[in-house]
Ligand binder design. Structure first.
Ligand SMILES: Cc1cc2nc3c(=O)[nH]c(=O)nc-3n(C[C@H](O)[C@H](O)[C@H](O)COP(=O)(O)O)c2cc1C
Length: 193
């Protein structure tokens, strides 16, 4: 079969986001395992807060359409999720809300999400590494029909965890994150046949 396709991104809009760096490391691991990975930054897809009146009046914004097309053309997701007040970021939820919407009467909602497989991870300056935010994220994605691999990673003390090159300072941690990306590639290869 052809290489599984994975879309990798973080839920942060911040230029120097730790989670974006984390997504890039997992993406490298998935690539090493033979997946075709598209690494994107949500900040390149600026979209308004989802508003059903706005959607009814003018449809999906171009950036949301572009993001939805990317979801549709990939089978797997690597998501590194910043923890904001013990949950995922509003930017991540907003992107998912826009992507979840059908574009025609015969397109059911969540068709760009259901059936995908995903791995999730987090990094935070705090001691728990954003672990608490992964709990509601797992629930959210599961409810959308996405298969979540059971393994996940939270990187604490993120201010000191990443080197200037964007890699993790601890080589064992770096390997674990790469292995998580690789696990998604392997899972997809098996499940896609
Ligand atoms: C509104 C807000 C709420 C936050 N809440 C948490 C939190 O609950 N737990 C935590 O570990 N860090 C929290 N942080 C700190 C973030 O983990 C930190 O800003 C991190 O760098 C965000 O991820 P990023 O580097 O990928 O942008 C919060 C930050 C903001 C701005």
């Amino acid at each position: 079969m052809s290489a599984p396709r994975i879309l990798a991104f973080s839920g942060s809009l911040r230029k120097d986001s730790f989670n974006q760096k984390l997504a890039a490391i997992a993406a490298a691991g998935a690539r090493d395992a033979g997946a075709e990975v598209t690494l994107i930054e949500l900040r390149d897809f600026p979209m308004p807060l989802f508003d059903q009146d706005l959607e009814a009046a003018s449809g999906k914004p171009e950036e949301a359409k572009r993001l939805k097309d990317l979801f549709l053309s990939h089978q797997g997701l690597i998501i590194a999720s910043p923890e904001y007040n013990s949950a995922y970021s509003a930017a991540l939820k907003n992107a998912i809300d826009w992507v979840s919407r059908g574009d025609s009467a015969d397109e059911p909602p969540i068709s760009a999400l259901a059936g995908k497989s995903a791995v999730i991870m987090a990094a935070s300056p705090g001691g728990l590494g954003g672990l608490r935010g992964l709990v509601p994220l797992r629930m959210l994605l599961g409810n959308l029909g996405i298969t979540l691999l059971p393994d996940q990673i939270a990187i604490p003390s993120a201010l000191n965890a990443f080197g200037p090159d964007g890699q993790l300072v601890d080589p064992k941690q770096e390997e674990k994150v790469k292995a998580l990306g690789a696990a998604l590639a392997t899972h997809l290869r098996k499940s896609l046949g």
